[in-house]
Design a protein around this ligand. Sequence first.
Ligand code: ZN
Length: 299
Amino acid sequence: MQKTFKIGIDLGGTKTEVILLDPENQILLRERIPTQKETYEQILNGIKFLIDKAKYILHTNYKNPDFTIGIGIPGIVDQITEKVINANTTILIGNPLKKDLEKLLDHPVIIENDANCFALAESIAGIAKEYQNVFGIIMGTGCGGGLIINKKIYKGMHGIAGEWGHFSIDPNGPLCWCGNRGCIETFISGSGIENQYFKKTGEYLKVPEILQNAKKNKEPAKTIFDEFLENFGRAVGGIISVFDPEVIVIGGGLSNIEELYTIGYEKVKRYAFYHSVRTPLLKNQLGDSAGVFGAAWLT
Ligand SMILES: [Zn+2]
């Protein structure tokens, strides 16, 4: 059987990255460019530009190379209509991205939500590689997530499986961009913390400064941080009650908050259906690289 090369693209809000892996997963190319996203065509052309580079390397060094193309996007593709829904790169919404790229590239492509790519990469080569059933959560500007069952992404009927960030925990809570009120994301994401601080003080501080103030016991930062850990426990405890995965991996900028793994973990146990759960709660290992590797490993 011919060995397969893999091209992965991580389409981010600010950067688009490509990776080319040989059949033994050695890196032959890795490059990033700024994401031009004023028009949908600019996004398509940016992806094509990077894939053409990878193809050039393949075709100049190997005879008739067989390769796959996987693309991680900050959004979700409806499994039935194949159109992009709920993307925070909003220009993608409503477009048949897979069909358009396949036409442009003249090659099949697999498109996947970037949080699913993260969860897949961590379960194949990261901190969760010893586990079969993994829940990967991303806590950054927003809250994303992906469910891995037997080392494969479980998408769900509409492609929204794992979207724990849009579970509403407060009917009177802040309005979320998804249209609901009190989504988990409005409380425990980076933007959620900053918005709460702004609402209480009228002052706009970034997350690291709010955390610093909380550590110095300054109000209202301390209360906001205490509530953040409480809501983290409520949300992740709920994930365990629903999926009972073998491990939970945390990615995104907020994964560096050490208290998540100590006080936060105690809260997780408190809110899970069984208060003595042993589910490991681990910080990611691949960092920023998970997205592009996960995209390359899509099958
Ligand atoms: Zn929401």
